[in-house]
Design a protein around this ligand. Structure first.
Ligand code: OKP
Ligand code: ZN
Length: 342
């Protein structure tokens, strides 16, 4: 399997987040992608390619134009106000307030985010643009006939809504990839999100559509981030009714219960009979993950990859989360090896 990777992710570094009420170095750090790249290389899983530039048009098929403009301008506006440190949002609108984009950067940061998980530094937008190019180059490979590809995206994407960043995610790489498949004439796309956190952005983007099935296995929203979406009764709306499936699991879930949810999700995907599967691949389900509460172990990822392979569909893996840096490479490589060996 070919991997797509860009070193431009390094521009998104030195940033911070709010954790337990304190400003701390971001968990979503460059070492993550480097550990994965090293493991893919070390295991000999296949060639590693640079992404091709696709421009912002495919991003605008999924994201709102004012939001993409904000992302591209935010650092310049922030530093024009004389600030040379990372930009972090810290205020948001309550329901009933006005959703009018403010003129000032402090207001814009709140308007276009839903938490303090999305810091912006000088190189963030370039890394964000490279990350989505990585996903789109993965689409090129699979649409061009490769049975599978791995888009080693960083930053991740699945929490980003059409006009809102959050949870380390700015551009929803998996959603842009799914839309790109559709725009190349692929009739039915399934997104299988196995990251520990609910992919609220991906769900929201396709919620009223029947051409993209979205399945999510994740920490239960009564206990876990993003808290306000991801319940089982969210099954889609309008034309999309029946084309969203959530499998929320309680803190402490181990592989037995997790893989039972994967089996149900895979049967849902099989019933949909997609032409392509996009896997939002997070390995923060791992037992040692510093911000997560499931108990999967490294060998389990071989089985996850093998089950996904048994869908027997062209498959694009898109990297999402995983914060146990010392194990992230092994866990991702195990998933890809389990897939390739099936
Ligand atoms: C992104 B992805 C720790 C609390 C949780 C947001 C987690 C985003 C995870 N500061 N913050 O789904 O792996
Ligand atoms: Zn996650």
């Amino acid at each position: 399997m070919k991997t797509v990777f860009s070193p431009r992710h390094h521009g998104h570094s030195g940033h911070v987040e709010l954790n337990n009420g304190r400003v701390v170095p971001a968990f979503e750090k460059p070492e993550r992608a480097e550990m994965i790249r090293a493991a893919v290389e070390g295991r000999g899983l296949g060639p590693i390619l640079a992404p091709a530039a696709h421009g912002l048009d495919p991003v605008l098929r999924v994201h709102e134009a004012d939001y993409v403009s904000f992302l591209s301008e935010a650092w310049a506006l922030w530093t024009a106000d004389g600030r040379d440190f990372p930009a972090l949002p810290s205020f948001w609108k309550a329901p009933g307030m006005r959703a009018i984009e403010p003129e000032t950067i402090d207001g814009k940061l709140g308007h276009f985010s839903f938490d303090a998980g999305c810091c912006l530094v000088a190189g963030s937008f370039d890394a964000i643009a490279a990350s989505v190019d990585v996903a789109l180059t993965g689409v090129d490979l699979v649409a061009g006939g490769e049975p599978s590809a791995f888009a080693l995206c960083r930053p991740p994407g699945h929490h980003a809504h059409a006009g809102t960043m959050g949870g380390y995610c700015y551009v929803n790489n998996a959603a842009v990839a799914a839309q790109a498949f559709r725009d190349r004439g692929t009739p039915r796309v399934a997104i299988l999100d196995v990251d520990y956190h609910h992919g609220n952005g991906t769900q929201s983007i396709f919620y009223e559509r029947a051409d993209v099935l979205v399945c999510n296995i994740h920490g239960h929203p009564t206990q876990e981030y993003p808290y306000f979406l991801g319940y089982e009764d969210e099954t889609g709306a309008g034309a999309g009714e029946g084309f969203n499936a959530n499998f929320p699991l309680r803190w402490g879930t181990g592989f037995e219960a997790w893989s039972a949810a994967l089996e149900t999700a895979c049967r849902r995907v099989e019933a949909y009979a997609p032409d392509v599967v996009v896997v939002s691949l997070g390995v923060d389900t791992y037992k040692e993950d510093p911000i997560s509460q499931f108990r999967l172990d490294s060998p389990d990822y071989l089985k996850i990859g093998a089950r996904i392979a048994r869908l027997r569909k062209p498959t694009l893996f898109v990297m999402e989360g995983g914060y146990a840096v010392e194990a992230i490479g092994v866990n991702v490589a195990n998933t890809l090896e389990g897939f390739a060996g099936e």
